[in-house]
Write a protein that binds this ligand. Structure first.
Ligand code: ATP
Length: 217
């Protein structure tokens, strides 16, 4: 089986160096062919958005453009209805077939919330899940919701080589450079008129300033 493809979904509101290092380091740690970034569409409960899905997508475009191993899937942004990860994975399977190994990349906080996702158990029939460590969020069975701890115990792969032995169904963890950066922190800094420089790429910050984004919470 060829090198697995990483899939990295998120709100990216805005994209920052925590996201970029996760994607970059996953390629080496998990021996991935590349990472496909999948910015989420606009969540329905947010009301009139301050930053549109197209603007979040544009910031991901700017920060990933010069990396040949990164690609972007804009279909969740383009969709009128809210997209669930399981639907996106089903679409990708229709596009790519059942053969290729697909690896959904998530931070430890997102992984702990997996049981709240639509049809979450079906995700394992469609992709592997790779969990990166994130400051403040331990990845261990004892701190996971019970249902997820069971899946974690049953599906955990000894190492990333297992990602090439099946197209889906395993869980791996990997240690990345610990960066306690969050989009929430960046939005707060910008709303308070404080500097967010060096937490995210300059090109993204330039775009934020040119479009006067995140001026208030
Ligand atoms: P917010 O603060 O708005 O909740 P966020 O910074 O957590 O945003 P998301 O777009 O929600 O960013 O995250 C997308 C994915 O990236 C998730 O799987 C999340 O766990 C992961 N992630 C985000 N920031 C980091 C980080 N600093 N280190 C490791 N993983 C991260």
């Amino acid at each position: 089986m060829s090198e697995p493809l990483g899939l990295f979904g998120g709100t990216f509101d805005p994209v920052h160096f925590g996201h970029l290092r996760l994607a970059e380091e996953s390629i080496d740690h998990l021996d991935l062919a590349g990472v496909r970034w999948i910015p989420a569409g606009q969540p329905p409960h947010r009301g009139v958005p301050q930053v549109t899905a197209e603007q979040r997508l544009e910031m991901v475009r700017r920060s990933t453009a010069n990396n040949s191993k990164f690609s972007i899937d804009a279909s969740e942004v383009a969709a009128a209805a809210p997209s669930y990860t399981v639907h996106t994975l089903e679409r990708l399977r229709r596009e790519l077939g059942d053969g290729p190994s697909l690896v959904l990349l998530v931070g430890a906080d997102a992984f702990a919330g997996l049981p709240t996702w639509h049809r979450w158990r079906d995700i394992f029939a469609l992709a592997h899940v790779a969990v990166s460590h994130r400051p403040g969020f331990p990845v261990e069975a004892a701190s996971l919701p019970q249902d997820l701890a069971g899946e974690f115990a049953d599906r955990r792969l000894a190492d990333a080589a297992g990602l090439k032995q099946a197209p889906a169904g395993g869980i791996v963890t990997f240690a990345m450079t610990q960066l306690a950066i969050s989009a929430t922190q960046i939005r707060r800094l910008l709303a308070n008129g404080q500097s967010a420089r060096y937490l995210l790429p300059d090109g993204v910050l330039d775009y934020i300033q040119a479009n006067q984004l995140y001026k208030s919470t």
